[in-house]
Design a protein around this ligand. Structure first.
Ligand SMILES: C[S@@+](CC[C@H](N)C(=O)[O-])C[C@H]1O[C@@H](n2cnc3c(N)ncnc32)[C@H](O)[C@@H]1O
Length: 204
């Protein structure tokens, strides 16, 4: 069956436009030159299109929860990027993902939106999908025992919790603990614009 998607399905986020270049700069340092990258929670699809354009040697596979793929599907129809794969419906809480042969997982602004248990699910899926050289890239705002929470992030955290008590900024040390349970260690924690962080994880 042919899907009819148009401009009305396309969602836009100003934040994506602002953060896509700084994120790509870090991804350029950590992704292989060639390979397959799975992006969890791709949202509007702006990042997927931009990263596929930027990293020609990478097959970029955008994913989001079922029912959240219209925007990326519509964006993809408007491009002719050979390395932007068909979007796939994946929920972190699904037991089995029908994806294989992935070299890296990318999740931008996902962990504070999903319940805390989703963090463990992300590392569990990564453990199943990635081989020894696999990379996990996570971007977003985080709390940290070693830093006072920035006022803008404190406000954001409060807003998220009032919307849904299951949402909220994750403590970097808790995420590290969860990652370690699945055999991953933090190899980079870089400050990013607007009090966000780039966290990079590898096996070991
Ligand atoms: C704040 S949006 C970020 C979207 C996009 N990555 C960006 O930076 O604009 C959070 C995304 O996480 C996705 N998400 C939330 N819970 C999820 C889950 N359990 N499994 C997979 N994706 C999830 C949402 O559907 C949404 O697309």
């Amino acid at each position: 069956m042919t899907e009819h998607l148009n401009e009305l399905d396309i969602r836009y986020s100003e934040a994506c436009d602002r953060n896509k270049q700084p994120i790509a700069k870090v991804l350029d340092e950590v992704l292989p030159e060639e390979g397959r990258v799975l992006e969890i929670g791709c949202g509007t699809g702006q990042h997927a299109v931009y990263f596929a354009e930027t990293f020609a040697g990478i097959e970029w596979i955008p994913a989001d929860r079922p029912g959240r793929l219209e925007s990326i599907k519509a964006r993809r129809q408007q491009t002719d990027l050979p390395n932007l794969a068909e979007p796939v419906a994946l929920d972190l809480f699904d037991e089995d993902w029908e994806v294989e042969g992935v070299d890296a997982l990318v999740a931008v602004n996902v962990l504070h939106i999903a319940p805390w248990e989703a963090t463990g699910r992300l590392f569990a899926h990564a453990d199943e999908l990635l081989d020894d050289d696999g990379v996990i890239y996570i971007y977003g705002p985080f709390r940290d025992e070693e830093r006072e929470l920035e006022p803008s992030n404190r406000k954001f955290d409060r807003m998220l919790q009032s919307r849904d008590p299951q949402m909220g900024l994750r403590l970097r040390q808790d995420v590290e603990e969860k990652a370690a349970e699945h055999g991953f260690r933090l190899t980079a924690d870089e400050p990013m614009p607007a009090n966000n962080r780039s966290l990079v994880w590898k096996r070991g």
